[in-house]
Design a protein around this ligand. Sequence first.
Ligand code: AHR
Length: 322
Amino acid sequence: MITKLAIAAGLATALSTAAFAQADLSGKVIGFSQIGSESGWRAAETSVTRSEAEARGVDLKFADAQQKQENQIKAIRGFIAQGVDAILVAPVVATGWDDVLTEAKEAEIPVVLLDRGVDAPEDLYLTSIASDQVLEGRVAGEWLVDAVAGEDCNVVELQGTVGSSPAINRKQGFEEGIASASNIKITQSQTGDFTRAKGKEVMEAFLKSSNGGADICAVYAHNDDMAVGAIQAIKDAGLKPGTDIKVVSIDAVPDIFTAIAAGEANATVELTPNMAGPAFDALAAYWADGTEPEKFIITESKLYTAENDPQGEYERRKGLGY
Ligand code: AHR
């Protein structure tokens, strides 16, 4: 399925750029089909990919798909026609990739998936660098179980892009995380498309249909940007985010640490924006002597709360392109 655990050797911590001398990939042309710029996290991933490419001498061809799978497929076909050496793709949704990935395979161009998974045969891509998205949701859910300590809690959920692997898996993981707690119920769940604006809009609707928010105990957002939008909606409704309504989300972007430091958000699960470093390392080894990377290279999913120096975490991230 979309998210699978790699064996220990495949853990991305072991593949961090600090762990290896960076290979010189001068002369390599690599296409990158990025989803768009729906979130702060995605902006950081783009920025980190550009700098990781530059550090290795890669000629990176960047294509912004503006959230549309058809644009991604077109870009990948363009990269194949240009005869690039490899293709990185962050797939907006999970399905519908078989044909274009087959075309890349027939052209003998290795494809590396970044941050999201696909429902396609595994032999159509070299490796997938992503978090365990089910685990991310589970970590968020288990945090809430501890935080409410047995009190009844109605949760509203802001889902990511419909059909995307993080939306599917983070929903599943959160449900698993709260499964043991009969006091916690998801009362409303809708997509906010991973954007701040939609997160706010959907949260406003949730608040209206929940007695002005009095019937909501927590919001679980599949990313921090939607959480930040929800925080604004909660404030506009005259309630205190973080206190009247708990806020838990995923990504660990600088803005959520500002909110945590201010007591307006409670917890976030980190997703590293450095998917490209491990991808370039895997490609370098593959090109050097044919080393096949692990099929699924899994990045860490660490929980952060007010106890983890949110101001310091903000400072550490603020210059990284979020
Ligand atoms: O696929 C990763 C998700 O996509 C991030 O959590 C979200 O912010 C992004 O848009």
